[in-house]
Design a protein around this ligand. Structure first.
Ligand SMILES: NC(=O)c1ccc[n+]([C@@H]2O[C@H](COP(=O)([O-])OP(=O)(O)OC[C@H]3O[C@@H](n4cnc5c(N)ncnc54)[C@H](OP(=O)(O)O)[C@@H]3O)[C@@H](O)[C@H]2O)c1
Length: 223
C-alpha cells in the first residue's frame, strides 16, 4: 500500500485522534488539525512513539481565511492525499432551550468548517486528479432525533454537501465519502448530560478501526 499524507480535522481527541493513530500505524503521514495545540501535540507524540509520522497545525475551521492560509502553507512542503473532515460539536436540548450562539457554533463548525476545508484542498486534488475526501457525519445525518434539531440539521447539511460533491466530481479520480455512526464514548459528551451512561457507547478506537477497514465505501454506516 502506498503511504499517503492524510489531513484530519479534530485530530486532538476522540474519533479524530483514533483515526490518526490507526492510519499512522499503517504507515501514513498525518496532518493533525484542531484548535488546541497541546492535545494535537500529545497525539503526535503517540504516533511518533509508534514510529509513525505526524505534524501539527492549529486552525479554527470556522474561519475561512485561517483555513485557506493553513492549506496554502501546508502545500509548500506537503502533498495532501486525503482529508478527513471530522471536527464537529453538538449541543443537545430542545430547540427552545438552545441558544442562538450554540446553533451558529454547530452550523459554523459542522457545516461551514467542512465546506471550507474541502474547498481549500480541492484545487490541488483537481490539479493532480487524485485525492480522497471523507466526511464524518453521524446517524444524525440519516434521521431526525428529539433534542437534536440543530445538530441533525448540521449533519443533514454535510450529507447534502457530500452527496452533491460526489456527483460534481464524478468525472474525476477524486473520491468523496460519508461516514454515519452512532454514539461513541469521546470528549464530545464531556459537558453534556444528554447521554446518561457513556459506558454503553462504542469506543472511538473500535469505530476508527472499522472506518479504516471499510474506507472505500462511499456511504459507510456503522450503527
Ligand atoms: N461522540 C459521538 O457520540 C459521535 C457520534 C456520531 C458522530 N460524531 C461526530 O464525530 C466527530 C468527532 O467527534 P468526537 O466524538 O470525536 O468528539 P470530540 O472528541 O469532541 O472531537 C471533536 C474535535 O473537533 C475539534 N474541533 C471542534 N471545533 C473545532 C474548530 N472550530 N476548528 C478545529 N477543530 C475543532 C475539537 O478540538 P479543539 O476543541 O481543540 O478544536 C475536537 O478535537 C464529530 O463530527 C461528531 O459530530 C460523534
Amino acid at each position: 500500500m502506498k503511504a499517503k499524507t492524510i489531513l484530519i480535522t479534530g485530530a486532538g481527541t476522540g474519533l479524530g485522534k483514533e483515526l490518526a493513530v490507526v492510519y499512522a500505524q499503517q504507515g501514513h503521514r498525518i496532518i493533525l488539525v484542531g484548535r488546541t495545540e497541546t492535545s494535537l501535540n500529545e497525539v503526535k507524540e503517540v504516533i511518533e512513539s509508534q514510529r509513525g509520522s505526524g505534524i501539527v497545525k492549529t486552525c479554527d475551521i470556522t474561519d475561512p481565511n485561517a483555513v485557506q492560509e493553513m492549506i496554502q502553507q501546508l502545500l509548500e512542503t506537503e502533498t495532501i492525499d486525503q482529508v478527513i473532515n471530522n471536527a464537529g460539536i453538538g449541543y443537545f436540548r430542545t430547540l427552545q432551550d438552545l441558544t442562538m450562539t450554540e446553533i451558529s457554533q454547530m452550523l459554523d463548525t459542522n457545516v461551514k468548517g467542512t465546506i471550507y476545508v474541502t474547498k481549500a484542498v480541492l484545487p490541488t486534488f483537481l490539479e493532480r486528479d487524485s485525492g480522497k475526501i471523507m466526511n464524518i457525519i453521524s446517524t444524525a445525518g440519516l434521521r431526525g432525533k428529539v433534542q437534536e434539531t440543530a445538530y441533525v440539521a448540521s449533519k443533514f447539511a454535510v450529507r447534502g454537501f457530500t452527496e452533491s460533491l460526489i456527483k460534481e466530481l464524478a468525472g474525476t479520480s477524486i473520491t468523496v465519502s460519508a461516514v454515519y455512526m452512532g454514539g461513541m464514548d469521546t470528549p464530545f459528551w464531556d459537558d453534556s448530560d444528554f447521554v446518561t451512561d457513556r459506558s454503553r457507547l462504542r469506543s472511538a478506537s473500535e469505530v476508527a478501526r472499522e472506518i479504516v477497514e471499510r474506507e472505500d465505501e462511499e456511504k459507510l454506516i456503522i450503527e
